[in-house]
Design a protein. Structure first.
Length: 215
């Protein structure tokens, strides 16, 4: 299955046009769309994620790889819908209210897509209630909150408190991250997980959702 390998390799190099053309070629050759997704696009993105975590590649390389993945997905998605491909899970993500930083959040979005999640990105400056409303609307598994300013970190607590008030806390896996956030803060506010980088966030989310389903 050299074609699938080529898709993964071109994705890692960030060659969007090649990825797009090869995905189309694979479909024309009647290769299973799920195989193209899992062994080509997602496998390539997970390699980039691991390299990013190990400081072997940096933000610009991740961004171009993600762009290449999105180019491939644009061709593949209609076919995936036809064959009824189920995502690993659904994640609602955003930067908390009062915070307009989005580079870290965008990296997490890309890595979550690479891990097979359906993403609902609320953008920046997101109110606590907006996360919950969206999660309820789409039937999300995970709520991810990002903050870069120490002054906005309490908004994460606000969302968790609101989930408790609505008796929804146990329904969602709540993940937090961002430069000033750490494990101790996550425990203090009652979040399920804190992760230090985007690649770990995707791995942790995937594992948490699969473990929850297995129960």
């Amino acid at each position: 299955m050299e074609l699938i390998q080529e898709i993964s390799e071109f994705l890692q190099k960030g060659r969007a046009k090649n990825v797009k053309a090869l995905v189309q070629q694979a479909l024309d050759e009647n290769i299973d769309p799920k195989k193209i997704l899992n062994e080509g696009l997602l496998a390539g993105m997970m390699i980039i994620g691991t390299k990013f975590k190990n400081d072997e590649v940096f933000v610009p390389e991740v961004l171009v790889a993600a762009r290449a993945m999105n180019a491939g997905l644009a061709v593949l998605e209609p076919k995936l819908v036809e064959v009824g491909n189920e995502p690993v899970g659904k994640a609602v993500i955003g930067t908390v209210q009062g915070d307009l930083h989005d580079i870290g959040k965008n990296l997490v979005v890309m890595m979550l897509k690479g891990a097979g999640f359906e993403i609902h990105d609320l953008g920046v400056d997101v109110e606590a209630s907006a996360y919950i409303n969206k999660a309820e609307e789409v039937g999300a598994d995970v709520i991810c909150m990002s903050a870069l300013l120490t002054t906005t970190m309490p908004k994460m607590q606000e969302c968790i408190d609101l989930l408790k008030q609505k008796n929804l806390r146990d329904k969602y896996i709540v993940m937090v991250g961002g430069a000033p956030v750490n494990e101790a803060f996550a425990e203090q506010i009652g979040a399920d997980y804190y992760t230090p980088d985007a690649a770990t966030a995707a791995e942790t989310a995937q594992k948490a959702v699969l473990e929850r389903r297995a129960k």
